[in-house]
Design a protein around this ligand. Structure first.
Ligand code: G3P
Length: 217
């Protein structure tokens, strides 16, 4: 499973990238707004920093304008992926872009039928928002599981990108259902590394080592 960071914060992206396990980045209009910086500056910087795919989201609501925005977004780099919210106009735009060979990530997906339509129209990625479904008392991961089954049944190549991840358990569940990608905030990325027994284990090793004045050299 690939690990993407769900952020537009360049410091977080640089830090996670330095760990050697970052496969890509997803952004959205809210995350860009949170940086307080200009969109073009942020998008260019992220695409240049990360080797893997970087999702940049369209904000237009009709197909012609979504396609125009997509043509602009792919100029940020060969790793730029156009993120399009699922809606009728989004599907129309997606089909046209997919026919041109432009890779799209269909976002704000909350149901398996939406994911099926996105795959049929040629999406490269589908992003079910599991955390937001959990927030309203639904089982978000169940939707991701349904999408996995449907895509496998029909051999769709659209990658299942589990989004709106709220805690490490979501990451484990995403891996268990065979998601292609999990995108998560930096805080979750850090939580995945940590374990209290790891911290105390390292502390004990170092204490014992120092107690005998040992040295590798
Ligand atoms: O990038 C889209 C998605 O991951 C949003 O997550 O935390 O705003 O529900 P969240």
């Amino acid at each position: 499973m690939k690990f993407f960071l769900d952020t537009a914060d360049i410091k977080e992206i640089r830090e996670a990238n330095s760990w050697g396990v970052l496969d890509g980045v997803t952004s959205n209009p809210s995350l860009i707004a949170k940086t307080g910086r200009k969109f073009r500056e942020v998008a260019a910087e992220i695409c240049a920093t990360v080797k893997g795919d970087v999702s940049l989201e369209t904000v237009a609501l009709d197909a012609d304008d979504i396609v125009k925005e997509a043509h602009e977004l792919v100029k940020f780099g060969s790793n730029a992926v156009v993120k399009i919210p699922i809606m009728k106009e989004g599907l129309k735009a997606l089909k046209r872009l997919a026919d041109e060979g432009i890779r799209c990530n269909v976002t704000t997906c909350f149901s398996a039928p939406q994911a099926l339509l996105a795959a049929k129209a040629g999406a490269a990625y589908i992003s079910p928002f599991v955390g937001r479904l959990d927030d309203i008392g639904h089982d978000g991961m169940e939707v991701a599981r349904q999408i996995r089954t449907i895509y496998d049944n029909y051999g769709f190549k659209t990658q299942l990108l589990v989004a709106s991840i709220r805690h490490p358990l979501h990451v484990i569940e995403a891996a268990m259902i065979g998601a292609d990608v999990a995108t998560m905030p930096f805080k979750i990325f850090e939580q995945l590394v940590k374990h209290p027994l790891t911290d105390s284990g390292i502390e004990k090793f170092l204490k014992d080592w120092k107690s005998q004045n040992l040295s590798i050299w």
